[in-house]
Design a protein around this ligand. Sequence first.
Ligand SMILES: [Zn+2]
Ligand SMILES: [Zn+2]
Length: 216
Amino acid sequence: MSDESRLETAEEFHARVAAATDAEGRLPVAFEEMPGWDIFPFELDGLRIKPLQPLADAEPARRGEDPADCWCHQEEVPARIADNVLWSNERWLVTLDHQMRLPMSCNLMPREHCDLGAVPSHLSGEMGALIVALSAAIESLPSVGRSQLAKYGDGGAHLHLFFFGRPDRMLQLRGSTMLDWEENLPAVPLEVLRANAAYVAEQLVDAVGGDGPVWA
Ligand SMILES: [Zn+2]
Ligand SMILES: [Zn+2]
């Protein structure tokens, strides 16, 4: 094992942040950074940062932290996943998120339980190929300018990569603040999302095989 004893601790990192806060525990807003760009969705007037919270004792357990409790070990894939599969093969699923207000929002996840830091070697190469093919498919949608890719994993322990289609030529939605815009946009009709998803699935089947939408 490598030696961690000389590396900064979580307490030390948090203490430096806390030392930069004001009497109310608030950090100053970095107005010259993202808030100063046209991609920042909010006006700066009155903008302030919430008081810094104390360091948590531990990272909270996530859904499916114990694989035995995870959806992947239920007898059947639960409906919230199974009903939204836009593409699949024996090892992977891509699910449409129809709550999100973008031309395309979907998750790529393995059927087998793992998180990103522990993807087994029999899946990691295929994951790379799927990221490439899915990104290309999303960017081929006429209403999408760019496909964004994210991994958070703070809610569920079972690996799920997020793909977000950024609306074409809506330049204010570029970059990492797109999701701050997204929930303020009007809902996209389900038939529009499903048509986009079916088109993405066609490109995926052409590129890597597998099956298209469960609802088709
Ligand atoms: Zn799982
Ligand atoms: Zn398993």
